[in-house]
Design a binder for this molecule. Structure first.
Ligand code: FE2
Ligand code: FE2
Length: 266
């Protein structure tokens, strides 16, 4: 199920979800920053590339895009990357040395189509200056989020995502409990190393986000969240080191599930 909605007059969210049986729905977002220099942030899942392209075409002609900001190289972010580069020879990809290196193991990017930007560095594209930063939690060392000085939005990649039972277009429609539980669960799944992180160290990382005073947090895996929610969102992540660890279903659970599907042992 693909759809799109506006997080701001000049920011479209292309959204779908992944059904995680027994746990809920994980939103999967990409973003189009409209303007004199249009930018696409991530390119959907590999499995849903056709539906992603249809949703993209509903908000912009892909031939008008000039840049892709690739937050990282996971399969839920690179789905239409290579086809977009083939279809639009002007498109360039903002990523890191590590991002290019990881993609080289799968389908190398042409080096004259990439632009290396490290955390702390900026790029000005039309009326926007984008400042790269390393989110406080990530699942790939290639991850780079950014702050857009034009909209004030913070693009946080996988960080601040949440497993949900229903996905609204505005995260402020989520109850405190659904937001906190959904964020904490996702964080224990995707960033299990947070259990090893000193809470004071994590708090300092979250202070960096607080100091940016984002007008919105646009995570790859959370509905668009207005800046008024920043404290709630940071508080959920701050509590993760003390949260129960995620352990996936084991072989016994899988066999029980298969028996339910097939009607029991033959
Ligand atoms: Fe990821
Ligand atoms: Fe992701």
């Amino acid at each position: 199920m693909f759809g799109s909605y506006k997080a701001a007059p000049d920011i479209d969210v292309l959204t779908s979800n992944i059904v995680i049986p027994g746990f809920g729905l994980l939103p999967v977002n990409a973003f189009v920053l409209q303007g004199e220099v249009p930018i696409l942030v991530d390119t959907g899942t590999v499995a849903d590339s056709e539906a992603f392209m249809t949703a993209l075409r509903s908000v912009i002609d892909p031939g008008d895009l000039e840049w892709i900001w690739l937050t990282h190289t996971d399969f839920d972010h690179i789905g239409s990357l290579h086809r977009l580069l083939v279809e639009n020879p002007r498109l360039r990809v903002i990523t890191t040395y590590l991002g290019v290196g990881i993609l080289a193991l799968f389908n190398p990017l042409p080096m004259d189509r990439v632009y290396f930007l490290n955390p702390g560095q900026k790029i000005t594209l039309g009326a926007r200056t984008l400042t790269a930063f390393k989110p406080p939690a990530f699942d790939s060392p290639s991850t780079t989020g950014f702050h857009d000085d034009s909209s004030g939005a913070l693009f946080s990649s996988d960080c601040f995502g949440a497993m949900l039972q229903a996905i609204p277009e505005d995260a402020s429609a989520l109850s405190d409990e659904d937001l906190r539980d959904g964020q904490m669960f996702w964080a224990t799944v995707d960033f299990p190393w947070l259990h090893k992180v000193n809470e004071d160290v994590l708090a300092k990382e979250l202070d960096v986000i607080r100091a940016m005073e984002p007008t919105m947090i646009l995570s790859s895996h959370l509905p668009a969240a207005p800046g008024s929610m920043t404290e709630r969102i940071l508080a959920s992540l701050a509590a993760v080191p003390r949260a129960p660890r995620f352990v996936g279903p084991d072989q016994d659970a899988l066999e029980q599930l298969l028996a339910q599907i097939t009607g029991g042992p033959q």
